[in-house]
Design a protein around this ligand. Sequence first.
Ligand SMILES: Nc1ncnc2c1ncn2[C@@H]1O[C@H](COP(=O)(O)OP(=O)(O)O)[C@@H](O)[C@H]1O
Ligand SMILES: [Mg+2]
Length: 303
Amino acid sequence: MFLFFFIIIATVTFLLLEIFINRKIRLLFQLVQNYKISSTDFKFNMNEDILSKSEVEILKLAKRNSSELVKLKSEEKFRREFIGNLAHELKTPIFSIQGYILTLLEGGLEDPSINKRFLQRALKGAERMNKIIIDLDMISRFESDRINMEIENNNIVEICQDIFESLELKAKENKITLRFAENYSNEILVSCDKDKIGQVMQNLVINAIKYSDPDTELVVRFTDIERNILIEIEDNGPGIAEKHISRLFERFYRVDKSRARNEGGTGLGLSIVKHIIEAHGHTVQVRSTEGKGSNFFFTLTKI
Ligand SMILES: Nc1ncnc2c1ncn2[C@@H]1O[C@H](COP(=O)(O)OP(=O)(O)O)[C@@H](O)[C@H]1O
Ligand SMILES: [Mg+2]
């Protein structure tokens, strides 16, 4: 008799407990489903094995959250690095402007041997800051799709010729010869934004002039490849070591930091080049051998 009552009570307790636990798990399961973006297509079935399904859902959620966390962490690292780089880049010209102005205020203004020179140097610092801001503004407009592209049919030979002419003096100063690989007497039409591709050519040609040794040359070559024109800017300067290549197009990345800063670069030129070419739906790459030279190349759609 006692045993009979015990079995009845135990069975009832077990059933109540199961109902209780099931209800809690179902709530938990519902919570997980509601949390998921795909909750709209969720159908709840009373006959399903709620416990194992909950386990699967919770594991899925945990996996998704952990990959989101990794992404957020890397974005945060990228943001922190960027702010650090920016502060560092702006510090140099600000300190130099402050220094020259202070010296002038403390009596230098009356000294004709330095007053004009120091004012010119302070102006140079301000111009450098201005260039960093203009370049960054352009990059941020590209990154938020706020850039206006004026795509038209343009003669790439003429764009390059104009850049050669505008940089003739700078090239002469550094004893670099600028030339085309062959005599492109016919026009080569490509679909592009003239000013922006001019800026790409200017950045790549200036880099070759700045970083190459005197008495070397820069060669621009156009090659017809199916629906595209391949544009190569080749120098026989110092080249770039393999370990730098993958980071070369990053903002503020420089191989030889002190040399690059002395040359007045912002470290943003190649990043802008990459954005412009990608906005045309193409890519820019570099091949380089240390001690031999570099070849920056990209394609544009042929007309
Ligand atoms: N033609 C080249 N030859 C050797 N090094 C180059 C060349 N072009 C770019 N570099 C390296 O890549 C770095 C990044 O170039 P860029 O983004 O244009 O910045 P910067 O303002 O320093 O010129 C340069 O600082 C330089 O170290
Ligand atoms: Mg540059």
